[in-house]
Design a protein around this ligand. Sequence first.
Ligand SMILES: [Zn+2]
Length: 232
Amino acid sequence: MVTEQAEVMVVTPHPDDAEYGVAGTVARWTREGKNVIYVVCTNGDKGTSDANVKPDKLARIRGREQMAAARLLGVREVTFLRHPDQSLEDTPGFRKEIVRLIRIYRPETVVTADPYRRYIWHRDHRITGQVTLDAVFPYARDSLAYPDLLQEGLEPHKVREVLLWASEEPNYRCDITDTFDIKLAALRCHKSQVGDDLSPDLRKWLVQRAKDNAQGEDYELAEAFHRVEIKW
Ligand SMILES: [Zn+2]
């Protein structure tokens, strides 16, 4: 059976990162009828300042929160790889998981965290970005890369572009003026991270960042990315 193609694959290190990075754009895409899927690399079981929460309970809560946010944004499917939080490494196994999903869903666009932020950056974000870029090129594309995947019927696939969020060198913006409220609503689903509602400070920061991203454009609010076009 061939899985229906998804035009966009979002690879997020933890539940909630995609909402900060790309939710406004995702909501736009799904409104336009694009098929978007999420891949969530870790279970987020260390993402709390509350020392009394048990990791397995937190992982279950965060999985449910991610599903709620994805539903709100019109995301078609969410795949949970369930790696423990703060444990991602650039391994052949992790890379192959991403290659497999790229070959199953055959996306034109892959979105993930920019691995090239300097200095302080969550290791899971850096590793997710790097492994995803490597999976896109050359591993998902090359027929000799994984003979066993080919035997399973997973043909090589060429991704057209990668968008990296949280980039220090953004070169691409997406107008999210009409979908900013949905982005905030999706972030609100992550109650274990943001509380019962977004704090005034967080909301202010999100608005300011979206305004800064739209500077010089004829719209008010934007998400910004480093866009890499894959020509080979
Ligand atoms: Zn994260």
